[in-house]
Design a protein. Structure first.
Length: 99
């Protein structure tokens, strides 16, 4: 499937992204290659593969979980922040992501 620059612009609009003309030109062939690669999955014969039922048995019953869902004590602030790369005043410090 050939992805055009117009397709890239539409995707950017739907995702509320601002992209430049240079980015549209760069992304169109890259995404076309990705889509072409994914389309190869259509060639695989899956007629003998049972559909996944999302954790249900073929009869529709729940499967047993691997562990009991029991209340556990929390790590606590000190232990949780022990391996944090940049803790500050008892919190995780992360880079600013919004303008």
């Amino acid at each position: 499937m050939n992805i055009t620059e117009a397709d890239i612009e539409k995707i950017a609009q739907l995702a509320h992204l601002e992209i430049t003309e240079a980015e549209r030109k760069m992304f169109a062939p890259q995404i076309s290659e990705i889509v072409t690669y994914v389309e190869q999955l259509d060639a695989i014969d899956t007629s003998s593969v049972e559909p996944a039922l999302g954790g249900l048995t073929s009869e529709g019953e729940k499967t047993e979980s691997s562990r009991l869902d029991e209340e556990q004590p929390s790590l606590g602030q000190k232990l949780a922040l022990d391996q944090a790369p940049d803790p500050a005043s008892g919190h995780f410090r992360v880079p600013k992501v919004l303008g």
